[in-house]
Write a protein that binds this ligand. Sequence first.
Ligand SMILES: Nc1nc2c(ncn2[C@@H]2O[C@H](COP(=O)(O)OP(=O)(O)OP(=O)(O)O)[C@@H](O)[C@H]2O)c(=O)[nH]1
Length: 305
Amino acid sequence: MNKQDKKGFRSGFVAVIGRPNAGKSTLLNTLLGQKVLIISDKPQATRNRIRCILTEERGQIIFFDTPGIHKPKHRLGEYMVAAAKSTLQGVDFAICVVDASVPFGSGDEYVLQVIKDSGVPCILALNKIDLISKDQLLEKIAGFAKIADFKEIVPISALQSENTIKLMDLIFEALLPGPMYFPDDVVIDQPEKFVVAELIREKLMNLTREEVPHSVAVVVDKMEEKKSLIKIEAVILVERDSQKGIVIGKEGNVLKEVGRLAREEIETLLGSKVFLELWVKVKKDWRNQNNQLRDLGYNLKDLKE
Ligand SMILES: Nc1nc2c(ncn2[C@@H]2O[C@H](COP(=O)(O)OP(=O)(O)OP(=O)(O)O)[C@@H](O)[C@H]2O)c(=O)[nH]1
């Protein structure tokens, strides 16, 4: 018998939304039980709306990981925020992830307003509770309960898997009976090339500083199987010549380390030995160029449909 034929099988669409760096991708990796999304201590790591699928005996949840909502400073930022906001149209409900270890600010207020305006019911996940005391947490819960009407407020640590099972139970409880939308072995609905490019970008983000992490894009040009090896060619785009030097590093040491770390993870992902070739190219101010953004798969028009 298929899972969806079973009585009581529930399914639905859930947007995971919040400010940059709140822990949205970390939470999804924890709930999915595997690393499918990239994580960085630098904000704005997630640039696209990405569907991730969790299937259990009791149901299927289609999560949307979204870029952090922030004040955009370039076209790419506008795309990211528009992608996050438009995700709220057409989902059953939202999980708003808030970093409980930082003071409440106008950024949080704005996110809550966006959710309120969408009319979508919301579960608040107060994240990073491993970094605060019990008293601070109680204060936070009381504060948030006053300012918005959440379905639930759930304190969690996405990083330490604290209370995340409880959160998952609440999500399943909130879903209605429904069909299975994806086969049960699909965890992310993005092509392999996208996931590989993201893993390379994650290493770049984590090994560079200041403006550089936000100025890089990665495109996988080629992926071909050769005997027992997968050969991957990827291009790293930067915005300025000086950034090219930083990404390559002294005697190529940064690029080598990016390649080594990315290759190890890609090998685990693909279950095969990998030969990874990385090229660095300058595309001046690509984050503000509509044609460059379109080539990279970011298109504001797509979001308005
Ligand atoms: N201490 C602690 N750190 C966490 C927790 N959850 C996430 N982090 C850290 O917070 C940082 C941001 O995490 P991400 O999951 O990339 O955050 P995000 O909300 O997806 O970020 P954007 O891509 O900027 O929207 C990373 O350094 C994580 O390791 C948590 O529960 N506790």
